[in-house]
Write a protein that binds this ligand. Structure first.
Ligand code: FAD
Length: 488
């Protein structure tokens, strides 16, 4: 049996382990933390349970596929329900929009709240769908670094249609051409943050994201987000994959330009294949630090995606107006993104995302309470005075939520944990604490992401949010598919 070693038990590392085990490899996973999941983790405090990282599940079919591939029934391991209301939006002027999953219902709601015509919404959805149909074969489901990607009919069609994917103007510019009402522009601009980018810089191709959310739907796993990890680890173990926790990999050992194995706690573990699920920046700068000539310098210098500041609050009251996902928009979106991307600090009126899993999973909070995951987008960590930024942001967020909900929130917070870019970097070895690898703030970003296979080191592969096709659970799962198809 060929031996494959995986560095990191993030979602992509676990998925790669499953796929390689199914292919007949002998697979071991080495994880620095004492638990699997990386950014997708959970914790409990003061009677509340929190999913620490991702809160929105899209494209669960890529999770199901792993069970099916292993000859198992997905629902024996992992169950989820589709959301009727994807997200609740609150605007500073007091207006509200419920983003219904049903396209018709959503169009009616938007037209009621903003006066935009249902036709405009439909036209927008068609554009988003068109971009998806052109891009998914080339940009998402395959490597951009293998000739065979470009040699099938779907890909050829996609390449000839590339001018239609709207890459030459920004998302924001495109969105203003579809809508008159600023709230709808803001609504659709927000999708840039799904991969940590800036709608005022990112290409309008990213307007594909609303299609993914609308068409494939948004879901809540019955056991909370962390059940994605626990069910996949269970599947991997049933296939014979062994997981070593508390085992940071220190070095990738090479024999000239071929990977020979990895070093963990001074011990060499030999392998035919090594897959790094570790952030690609740290893979080179830590594990391959003695081989600077093999570093892809240009790729490693790319701009990182944004990071996040999260307050996990146990709240001593229930709010019927709130749903699982809630957005409280900034009154000046442009200023907010300028602060994140130019000043590299935090705007006084940030857009606040509140996720409450206890709405769907009541045992996540004590009776009469709710578990609030309160997140804002912040710049990657380049040495800012985070303690000061966090104290100011906390005050501003409390004022904003208290005003919108007509209730003094500060009195209701009975438990608090804070995660900032430094913590994200520390907990998961993500360079600068960025949560989606590199940013997509240029039309070339998709082509500049690191490949899933090293072009200089034989036997070394990469999966996860910092490489192709990008961050977020579905794309991480696709990276695992690309890697396992590539490994012989
Ligand atoms: P990571 O989760 O980055 O894990 C990498 C693993 O490698 C870690 O466990 C780390 O400890 C380990 N490691 C690193 N170095 C070593 C070493 N030397 N030796 C051994 N192990 C090592 N995505 C969504 O789809 N929906 C969302 O709603 C969403 N929201 C998010 C909110 C937050 C706050 C964050 C942080 C992320 C969010 N994401 C979301 C993004 C998503 O979490 C990530 O894209 C995805 O989980 C990354 O998975 P990964 O496989 O790249 O690995």
């Amino acid at each position: 049996k060929k031996k494959a070693l995986i560095i990191g038990a993030g979602i992509a590392g676990i998925a790669t382990a499953i796929r390689l085990a199914v292919k007949g490899h002998n697979v071991e996973v080495f994880e620095a933390n004492t638990y699997p999941g990386g950014k997708l983790s959970e914790f409990e405090k003061d009677g509340f349970r929190f999913d620490a990282g991702p809160s929105l599940l899209t494209m669960p079919q890529y999770i199901d596929e792993l069970f099916t591939l292993a000859g198992k029934q997905p629902s024996d391991y992992f169950n989820y329900q589709k959301l009727d209301v994807v997200c609740n939006y609150f605007f500073e002027n007091g207006s509200r929009i419920k983003a219904y999953a049903d396209e018709g219902k959503f169009a009616t709601e938007v037209s009621r709240a903003t006066g935009e015509s249902e036709k405009a919404i439909k036209k927008y959805a068609e554009n988003s769908r068109k971009i998806y149909n052109i891009t998914n074969h080339v940009f998402l489901e395959r490597s951009l670094h293998q000739l065979k990607t470009y040699l099938n009919w779907n890909a050829i069609k996609s390449i000839f249609s590339l001018p239609q994917i709207d890459a030459m103007r920004t998302m924001h510019k495109a969105n203003t051409s579809f809508f008159n009402d600023e709230r709808m522009v803001q609504f659709f601009d927000r999708y840039a943050t799904y991969n940590g980018s800036n709608p005022y810089a990112a290409p309008a191709t990213l307007n594909v994201i609303p299609h993914i959310e609308q068409y494939f739907g948004a879901y809540f796993p019955d056991g909370g987000m962390y059940s994605i990890v626990s069910s996949l680890v269970k599947l991997a173990e049933s296939l014979g994959v062994s997981f070593h926790y508390n085992s940071p990999v220190d070095e990738a050992v090479l024999d000239r330009q071929k990977v020979k194995g990895i070093k963990v706690k001074g011990e060499l573990h030999k392998a035919d294949t090594v897959v790094s699920n570790m952030d690609v920046w740290f893979t080179y700068h830590k594990l391959l630090k003695d081989h600077p000539k093999l570093h892809p310098q240009k790729i490693l210098r790319q701009e990182r995606s944004s990071s996040a500041l999260i307050f996990y609050w146990g709240v001593s009251k229930q709010f019927p107006d709130l749903d699982l996902h809630n957005i409280f928009f900034s009154s000046d979106y442009k200023a907010e993104f300028d602060h994140v991307w130019q000043q590299k600090d935090i705007y006084d009126d940030p857009t606040v995302y509140v996720n409450i899993s206890s709405k769907y999973k009541p045992d996540d909070a004590p009776m009469g309470c709710e578990n609030w995951f309160v997140m804002i987008n912040v710049p990657a960590n380049t040495g800012q005075d985070w303690d000061k930024l966090i104290a100011d942001a906390r005050k501003n967020i409390i004022v904003k939520l208290s005003k919108s909900l007509d209730e003094d929130i500060s009195q209701l917070i009975i438990s608090e944990t804070i995660l900032d870019p430094r913590g994200i970097e520390h907990k998961t070895s993500s360079y600068q604490g960025s949560i989606y690898g590199t940013s997509s703030n240029s039309q070339f970003a998709a082509f500049l992401r690191h490949s899933n296979k090293s072009s200089k080191i034989d036997g070394l592969y990469f999966c996860g949010g910092s490489v192709h096709p990008g961050g977020g659970i579905p794309l991480c799962l696709l990276s695992a598919k690309i890697v396992s198809d590539w490994v012989t």
